[in-house]
Design a protein around this ligand. Structure first.
Ligand SMILES: O=C(O)[C@@H](CO)OP(=O)(O)O
Length: 227
């Protein structure tokens, strides 16, 4: 039967510094690298053997995937990278300190920006240092200037359907290394979580989530560390 493993990248430099990150490409910390390696060791210990893997075009998810695969002795596993698995774009909040932003705009407003289903943060302003329009990895892509979770779902799910579902329907074990909000988008879809309830779902760094799926790609999700 198909098996899906989701892993959020290990701690990033801006997770550590408590800054809004989104599409900005920050590295993982030493702790993040250790989380990624431990996730790979756990998968190996539990007998999980990915046949194929997917990740975003952001270094923190790519590095996490590579470290986990190396820890499993499976660096040879095919990897497909696509921007549609990127973190949600944080718009004009990108780079700001989360606590300072809450002090300025209020905890409630920041919670809405971070976790509401369909209210996006303010857009990234023209001329921002976080403008990615000349980044070659996004050549030919209409880079958003902000995204809500709903917007994120609207670009994650088409990729899920076209690239990942066929691998699962071929009974493969698929590993996805991605981000807090692109994974919230996938979990919302796979576990049938409502627009209202998704605001409470948090995805921890470096902790593999497993779906043992049936042929219709339905299944319960659990943390591998709990199995
Ligand atoms: O900054 C971000 O891009 C994300 C993930 O770290 O933060 P949040 O928890 O607010 O979705």
């Amino acid at each position: 039967m198909p098996k899906l493993i989701l892993i959020r990248h290990g701690q990033s430099q801006w997770n550590l510094e408590n800054r809004f990150t989104g599409w900005w490409d920050v590295d993982i910390t030493e702790k993040g690298a250790a989380e990624a390696w431990a996730a790979g060791e756990l998968m190996k210990e539990k007998g999980i053997a990915p046949d194929v893997s997917f990740t975003s075009v952001q270094s923190r998810a790519i590095k996490t995937l590579n470290l986990a695969l190396e820890a499993m002795g499976r660096l040879w596993v095919p990897v497909t990278k696509n921007w549609q698995l990127n973190e949600r774009h944080y718009g004009g909040l990108t780079g700001l300190d989360k606590a300072e932003t809450a002090a300025k705009h209020g905890e409630d407003q920041v919670h809405i920006w971070r976790r509401s289903f369909d209210i996006p943060p303010p857009p990234l302003e023209a001329g921002s240092p976080y403008d990615l329009s000349s980044d070659p990895r996004y050549a030919g892509i209409a880079i958003p200037d902000t995204e809500s979770l709903k917007d994120t779902i609207a670009r994650v799910l088409p990729y899920w359907e076209s690239a990942i579902v066929p691998e699962l329907l071929a009974n493969k074990t698929v590993l996805i290394s991605a981000h807090g909000n692109s994974l919230r988008a996938l979990v919302k879809h796979l576990s049938g979580i409502s627009d209202a309830d998704i605001t409470d779902l948090e995805i921890p760094t470096g902790k593999p989530i497993v779906y043992d799926l049936d042929s219709a790609l339905h299944g319960e999700r659990y943390y591998l560390s709990d199995s």
